[in-house]
Design a protein around this ligand. Structure first.
Ligand code: SAM
Length: 245
């Protein structure tokens, strides 16, 4: 059987593709892409000319079977998405599962991902974090999910569309209160911007502006929860010493 490569592509700046990704894209028999026209431009930039097939959420069942048949027949296939790492808030998970269940080797070719790029320069705690991806579009559902994340002790990472940024920031403030928050916009592109501060400051930074481009929102855990946790821990420590002395 052939190998299924999960190949990360840039999230903006074309220099962010790896040497290995370019080599794999040149070597495989077939490239499965979310949007073949978009990927064609990337391939042309790197002088790669390869057969392309589309693989996106709405055709994943039919296309998935055809791609698996090619792999079982001995062809190697690279899966790419429009930007960043496939399967991360992008199609691919089902194909990876199905390949594994048919004992087809699945090999990651790592590279850019907006969540990790944003976290690395946000200036928020990085030791552990929770990637949420996209929140629901409908406000009631969005607030419900934010409410369920209110006491999360790790940094939360959300993907969001620019036209929903303000609505989501308002909901974060409403449901979670003031937090240390960062909006990372247009990462690796000309207009890259980090808006850092308390929730209200970041809202102020974007209000009255038509927000363009792609955004990642990062939210630090509530300081109240943290200080409450520390107080409980030190109380437990005092009690332990008292009980065992
Ligand atoms: N698979 C991609 C990855 O690994 O990051 C994510 C794809 S998801 C469909 C697209 C979302 O990723 C955007 O709505 C935005 O939240 C985020 N994103 C992608 N590129 C970005 C960039 N250059 N700057 C900021 N956010 C970006």
């Amino acid at each position: 059987t052939g190998t299924l490569y999960i190949v990360a592509t840039p999230i903006g700046n074309l220099e962010d593709i790896t040497f290995r990704a370019v080599r794999i894209l040149k070597e495989v028999d077939l490239i499965a892409a979310e949007d073949t026209r978009h990927t064609r431009k990337l391939l042309t930039h790197f002088g790669i000319s390869k057969p392309l097939t589309s693989y996106f959420d709405h055709n994943k069942h039919i296309k998935g079977e055809a791609i698996l048949a090619r792999l079982l027949g001995g062809s190697s296939v690279a899966l790419v998405s429009d930007a960043g790492t496939p399967c991360i808030a992008d199609p691919g998970y089902q194909l990876v599962r199905d390949a594994i269940s048919r004992t087809i080797p699945v090999v990651p070719v790592p590279g850019a991902s907006a969540a990790v790029a944003a976290l690395s320069a946000a200036g928020l705690p990085t030791d552990s974090f929770t990637f949420i991806g996209f929140l629901p579009n409908r406000q009631a559902k969005r607030r419900e999910q934010l409410c369920s994340l209110k006491t999360e002790e790790r940094v939360l990472i959300f993907y969001e569309a620019p036209n929903r940024l303000m609505a989501t920031l308002d909901d974060i403030k409403e449901v979670m209160g003031e937090r240390d928050l960062v909006v990372a916009r247009e990462l690796t592109k000309i207009h890259e911007e980090f808006a850092r501060g308390a929730t209200s400051d970041v809202i102020g930074c974007f209000s009255g502006r038509q927000v363009k481009g792609e955004v990642v929102i990062l939210v630090a855990p509530s300081k109240e929860d943290e200080s409450q946790k520390r107080a409980t821990e030190s109380l437990a420590e005092v009690l332990k010493q008292y009980l065992y002395s």
